[in-house]
Design a protein around this ligand. Structure first.
Ligand code: AMP
Length: 283
């Protein structure tokens, strides 16, 4: 595996692969790699000749300074994991390389960024869009691999690719979960043992919501039932539970079995903000 810390080096390596007609896939991450990231890397290896994993903690997408400062960083362990997984290129740029000047650009994804996460994380998706556009411009990519766990991020990046005509495919990889259903996340490492056991209720709430929808309950009623389920649990501060179209992210008032519907949840367990979703049809 080649570890690249600067842009000219990674561009030159990728351009050599492209001139040899190799397909190049990117798994963009913020590091502190876990099984969820590894599942993306494995999916990328199955369909691309050359796999790049980027590790970059993008300050533009953090709306709370404390979250940025406390974001876990463990580059030695990350590089070991990537080597074990036979990643081809680890792209680990410094902030000064990516943002030699602080961007003045702001992206507005309208409804896609105003709902759910956007209500609690102003500016987050503009930061996500800017880093993705930069990576798509720097690296000559055939495909990018994103986790279903960040459903709203996927919707935003799908629109970014369409609106700016980036010539890359987007592949969405299913959420990797711990045995009790909690979605793997870099933030899970910061949960105490007690918080960790409370956290599995996020997934239970999603499953409850899906069962109620399948049984024919209307979305509004399902939201109320799931909110009551969460409110009865000590230690969770729910921010939202929503039933939405998986692409437009518009709230559903009724369910049609042919629609692509997702159930989404976010909130705090102690100081740690957790986020999850499931698709109505994945069971
Ligand atoms: P992050 O490092 O948190 O920015 O995540 C990098 C990529 O990994 C994003 O596309 C996430 O959606 C994806 N990801 C994070 N957690 C999981 C998971 N548990 N299962 C699948 N993908 C994930």
């Amino acid at each position: 595996m080649v570890v690249c810390h600067n842009i000219p080096q990674v561009k030159s390596i990728i351009s050599t692969h492209k001139s040899n007609i190799k397909s190049v896939g990117l798994v963009p991450t913020m590091g502190a790699l876990h099984d969820g990231h590894i599942s993306l890397l494995r999916a990328a290896k199955e369909s691309c000749d050359i796999v790049v994993v980027s590790i970059f903690v993008n300050y533009l997408q953090f709306n709370e300074q404390a979250d940025f400062v406390n974001y876990p960083v463990d580059l030695d362990s990350d590089i070991r994991i990537l080597e074990d997984e036979k990643c081809d290129i680890a792209f680990i740029p410094d902030t000064a390389h990516i943002y030699s000047e602080s961007p003045v650009l702001k992206l507005n994804f309208q409804h896609l960024e105003e709902t759910m996460e956007g209500k609690f994380r102003p500016g987050h998706f503009s930061g996500v869009g800017i880093i993705m556009a930069k990576l798509l411009n720097i690296l000559d990519l055939d495909t990018i691999f994103l986790g279903q766990k960040d459903l709203q991020q996927v919707a935003v990046i799908r629109k970014l690719i369409a609106d700016l005509a980036f010539d890359s495919n987007l592949v969405v990889v299913p959420t990797f979960r711990e045995p009790d259903g909690l979605a793997s996340s870099s933030r899970n490492k910061r949960l105490s043992a007690e918080e960790r056991s409370v956290a599995s209720n996020f997934h239970k709430a999603l499953i409850l919501g899906r069962e109620l929808l399948i049984a024919g309950e209307l979305p509004l009623k399902v939201c109320k039932r799931v909110e009551s389920f969460i409110e009865a649990i000590d230690g969770i501060n729910l921010q939202y539970f929503e039933i939405v179209d998986s692409h437009s992210l518009r709230s559903k008032s009724a369910i049609n079995p042919n629609d692509n519907t997702s159930l989404c949840i976010a909130g705090y367990v102690g100081e740690i903000r957790l986020l999850d979703n499931i698709n109505l049809n994945d069971h």
